[in-house]
Design a protein around this ligand. Structure first.
Ligand SMILES: [Zn+2]
Length: 164
């Protein structure tokens, strides 16, 4: 979409996230703002990596994600508000792959009382402490198969959070 409102002030392309103990890769380069990349990185390394060991007993090795940056309106409606994806402040996640070969899919495993379901609940709750907006399958049918995470501002002073 040719829209002058789209763009990222300080872009970074993420291939993966790692530290001394953990390394997780994305399926393709994730293009986001530097500030957003920091929030994603903290969440993955501090919260999601822990939940993987805790619920799945196996390290997380791949994070199934979308591309991050997309110049579009919310829910792809032509006259909608600009999506946080169009500013490099949003990421969609669909599934997670572990070193033992297990895969957790948001579409398949959300809401189930299984280790996979509990893994998703735990990382969703942790995301709500770091991102301003977290939308999953309980939010609406558009999010049946993914988590949408963004750091967009709600309300006058950006303190209003959405966690669904
Ligand atoms: Zn999204």
């Amino acid at each position: 979409m040719d829209d002058e409102d789209c763009g990222i002030g300080n872009p970074v392309g993420l291939q993966g996230i790692g530290d001394n103990e953990t390394e997780m890769v994305f399926p393709g380069t994730v293009l986001v703002s530097c500030g957003f990349a920091q929030v994603v990185s903290d969440w993955l390394l501090e919260d999601v990596a822990q939940a993987a060991l805790h619920q799945m007993a196996s390290p997380l090795v791949r994070v199934g994600s979308g591309p991050g940056y997309q110049c579009r309106r919310r829910n792809n409606l032509p006259d909608g508000k600009l999506s946080e994806h169009a500013l490099g402040k949003a990421l969609d996640l669909t599934h997670f792959e572990f070193s033992d070969g297990a895969t957790v899919s948001i579409e398949e495993d959300w809401g189930k009382d299984t280790a996979k379901g509990r893994f998703l609940k735990e990382i969703h709750a942790a995301a709500c402490k770091r991102f301003n907006t977290v939308l999953g399958p309980d939010a609406d049918p558009n999010h049946r198969s993914h988590f949408h995470l963004d750091t967009g501002c709600h309300g006058r002073d950006c303190t209003y959070l959405i966690c669904q």
